[in-house]
Write a protein that binds this ligand. Structure first.
Ligand SMILES: *Cc1c(COP(=O)(O)O)cnc(C)c1O
Length: 563
């Protein structure tokens, strides 16, 4: 390993997925984007971090949309040798009773301000390994539970060992979601007491010492989405890596629950927004759950026109996005012109990818998310007659995108339904669905739309980040009050809320959304352009200045990493 990275103690940041750049398809969505933004902000702030993930050579998948609007999945292989350097180290671990070697790659995130961060991409595709072990690190969220457990062993246990083999001194381990929680077991073994010092009935491990070193961020209040492995699956694969009594005491009696394990062995636990922390406290009574609300990386999520505008008026904003509180001093005309440029780019992209022609003079509503039931990406189409009548009075256009997990049949059905609705609205609402949602499409959409829409089922949107990206580009949100929007929404100032923040409000959302679009939002766009630009500026000054990953990492550094 280069001396550059091992000369000082570092924070090890473990994540199953990290969105390193648009060309590397080793991420599926929000979790990976957040991990990528975490590493990018750490590079800009020169925080001593080292990220650990799986190489995921086979990527997540590339999405094609079939003629009937159904999702077709293609493998998305990428070549690590083109982007990263092979590690000189390999470590062995026991999986399923035999030896599996883990090596990998060093990818360096280079910040645009000169900072550099190492990312370790773990890889089992080595000639010494059995054929069935060589693809353990290939497919992100692919395979069955047994495959997933092996992946999580490589990530957690292999990752800890690899850092040691490379010469890293780690001062804190940060688990981004529970997938990497097995790292705690590797640490327990490292800090085991000598056998003769352990009295009967006492734990053979220095648990307080491990807890002191660990931070855990939980990302979803959907309990079924947390990894849980039955012990009859775990035992043959994990073996007696740590003793069974300790494992059951820390990870759950009935099954190995990765969230429980992480909760029990982390000194600092946090949710990704204030409401999410509250919900998590109810879900896991007895744990102290802090809130560090997510943020997005300033430079990555600003379109070129807006980055240029900020460079000119607020130099230094990339290092210190707090400066955006002064964006209200930028002339209205300059903000509008930057937005027009970003919008033109989106209109061109939509035309190139789908052949749909949009009118840059008419408002564009943008909506992109993981296509899954709780995100309710089809809520806008609840009442097509109403939607058409709104469009007849205040014309608008629609751009959508999003992938469904290959095994989420409900999510895939939603994509088909959305395409059917788009066809039904032909002639009334020009609409396009961009295939293969990725970072590039996300940036084009959050900057080129006039209004960002978000309609999840409360309280299941732990944070949500696409609306924060929109804020960086002066695009206000119309969103259900959930996740970060409970903190970010000032009605009519930074955007608009749909309903209140109680779960009882879920049923009324469609009607309230139509009322607000028709009665408030679209009339403002058409009737009071200066008033509209004020809201654009409100999104920048009050939301982008705060909901960024620089602020997030400064908080992690002072509250979680240093204690
Ligand atoms: C930002 C982003 C997401 C997450 O957006 P949410 O609003 O949190 O759902 C998912 N995928 C891509 C490609 C993104 O850029």
């Amino acid at each position: 390993m280069r001396d550059e990275f091992i000369h000082e103690p570092r924070i090890a940041y473990f994540s199953m997925e990290i969105a390193l750049c648009n060309e590397i398809p080793s991420y599926s969505g929000g979790l990976g984007i957040l991990a990528g933004d975490t590493v990018r902000s750490s590079a800009d702030l020169e925080l001593p971090l080292v990220a650990v993930t799986l190489v995921s050579r086979g990527g997540y998948f590339r999405q094609e949309i079939g003629p009937e609007g159904h999702q077709i999945e293609h493998p998305a292989f990428w070549q690590p040798e083109r982007w990263a350097r092979r590690l000189e180290a390999a470590v062995a671990m026991s999986i399923g009773g035999h030896e599996v070697w883990v090596s990998g790659w060093l990818y360096v995130v280079e910040g645009h301000m000169g900072g550099r961060q190492p990312v370790i991409l773990l890889d089992t595709d080595l000639e010494v390994n059995r054929a069935e072990d060589r693809d353990i690190t290939h497919y992100l969220y692919g395979g069955d539970q047994g495959y997933r457990l092996k992946q999580e062993m490589v990530l957690g246990i292999g990752g800890v060992r690899m850092l040691q083999a490379l010469g890293f001194e780690i001062r804190e381990y940060h688990m981004n979601e529970g997938h990497s929680a097995l790292l705690t077991l590797a640490l327990l073994r490292r800090y085991a007491y000598a056998r003769e010092d352990v009295r009967p009935g006492e734990s053979p491990y220095d648990i307080p010492r491990v807890r002191e070193m660990c931070t855990f961020t939980t990302h979803t209040p959907v309990e079924s989405a947390h990894d849980q492995f039955p012990y009859n699956l775990v035992q043959p694969v994990l073996g007696d890596f740590v003793d069974a009594a300790t494992l059951r005491a820390l990870a759950g009696v009935d099954s190995l629950n990765m969230t429980r394990l992480a909760l029990n062995l982390s000194e600092y636990v946090n949710g990704v927004a204030k409401r999410h922390a509250e919900v998590s406290r109810k879900l896991y009574p007895g744990y102290r759950v802090h809130a560090v609300t997510n943020g997005v990386h300033p430079f990555t999520w600003c379109s070129k026109p807006f980055a240029g505008l900020y460079d000119q008026h607020l130099p230094g904003w990339c290092h210190e996005p707090e400066l955006l509180v002064r964006a209200d001093q930028i002339p209205h005309a300059a903000v509008w012109e930057a937005h027009r440029q970003a919008k033109r780019q989106l209109v061109e992209k939509v035309s190139a990818l789908t052949g749909v022609g949009l009118d840059p003079e008419l408002p564009i509503l943008g909506l992109a998310r993981r296509m899954t039931a709780y995100k309710r990406p089809d809520l806008l189409f609840t009442d097509l007659a109403r939607l058409k009548s709104i469009a007849a009075r205040c014309p608008f256009q629609l751009v959508m995108a999003g992938k469904a997990h290959p095994r989420d049949t409900g999510g895939k059905r939603l994509i088909e339904l959305i395409h059917a609705h788009i066809r039904e609205m032909t002639g009334a609402v020009p609409a396009a669905f961009l295939p293969d949602y990725d970072m590039e499409i996300a940036l084009a959409m959050v900057s080129g739309a006039d209004l960002w829409l978000n309609t999840p089922l409360r309280p299941l949107e732990a944070s949500g980040t696409s609306g924060m990206k929109a804020a960086f580009n002066g695009v206000p949100q119309l969103s259900v009050l959930d996740g970060w929007w409970i903190e970010g929404c000032i009605e009519g100032v930074t955007g608009w809320a749909i309903g209140d923040d109680s779960p009882e409000a879920n049923g009324g959302d469609a009607a309230l959304m139509y009322d607000k679009l028709e009665g408030l939002v679209l009339p403002l766009y058409y009737g009071d352009r200066d008033g509209w630009i004020e809201v654009m500026k409100g999104a920048i000054t009050k939301n982008a200045s705060y909901f960024n990953s620089h602020r997030m990492m400064r908080r992690y550094a002072t509250e979680a990493y240093i204690h």
